[in-house]
Design a protein around this ligand. Sequence first.
Ligand code: TXA
Ligand code: MG
Length: 340
Amino acid sequence: MIKSGKDIIFASKLIRDGKLVAFPTETVYGLGANGLDAKAVARIFEAKKRPSFDPLILHISSIDDLETVFKKPISPLIFQLAEKYWPGPLTIVAPKTTKVPDIVSAGLSTVAVRMPSHKVAQKLIKQAGVPIAAPSANLFGRLSPTQAQHVKEQLTTIDYLLDGGTTNIGLESTIIAVSGNTIEILRPGAITPDRLQADFPKVKIVASSTEKHIQAPGQLKSHYSPRKPLYLYDEMPEVLPAYAGLLLFEPAPIPEGAQSKIKLLSATGDLLEAASNMFNALHDFEADRSIEQIYAVKIKEEGIGLAIMDRINKAAYRFTHFVDENGISEGEGLPQQSQT
Ligand code: TXA
Ligand code: MG
């Protein structure tokens, strides 16, 4: 049994002692360890059964902490982005200092950093006094946790779970890499390309090219999977079999008698609300014994719809393609850096 509660001071001592603490952020629950302690970080990989080529995000509580983790000179654009979106769901990737152990970045010369806005996360990081390395607190490749209960079900070997209720955004942070005057989006999230472009009109915003090489497992074709087959539909199916549950991101005409097996994620068609309910709904379908297959109706890949479709395509991929246990399908390589 994992110990769980709301004691942030106790949890921060555990972090300093090299232990593992799961905690809420505004996006999803994270599984945290002292980000400057290689041995503590190694325990994260063990607990998540995460392949070691998969780098972690460091969580900080103040912009001043950037100098500990990013190599100088830090680009002025990084500070502008931090001022604009932090604390919040944006992760920035840039060259790391030698203080950041290689295990955090999986041997890459860059590290991913974000400042979460959730009050519990902020207090935990501040009290611990160190950057906290934290991936989402799920087993590798499985659904991200949006409630403490989801963490309990998946991770049984951790030291403490800080319960902060249901997460607000419910979708992992947007990850960007900054180089010169260009922002590359490595993983779409609540901070959309349109918003970045509107806030930084002179900066070039590019979508990441998975063709190049995998920089983030979030870029693998298969990820975030439920344990029941998930199939995507272009539009509402005409009939819904009794063994199927259906995810609907926006209102649509519902087949007769199917009401009880449909989860409408936003009654008003608000896609931000739908995003925040998506992983919750998938967890519920996963737990519902009367449901054997999950269907979802696709939405337009624009605005937050880009991040929603990114997650749902990856969650569905393994049910229509061959993938190995690391979520890698035929023809997809390991990250370039880890092959050397
Ligand atoms: O919202 C979030 O970002 C949550 C909460 C807990 O903060 N965290 C999260 O972590 O989603 P995780 O480990 O599940 O996803 C982190 C992603 C991974 O796909 C990882 O490969 C990528 O960040 N990443 C980390 N360091 C990187 C780097 N140096 N270059 C490119 N991608 C990196
Ligand atoms: Mg994850």
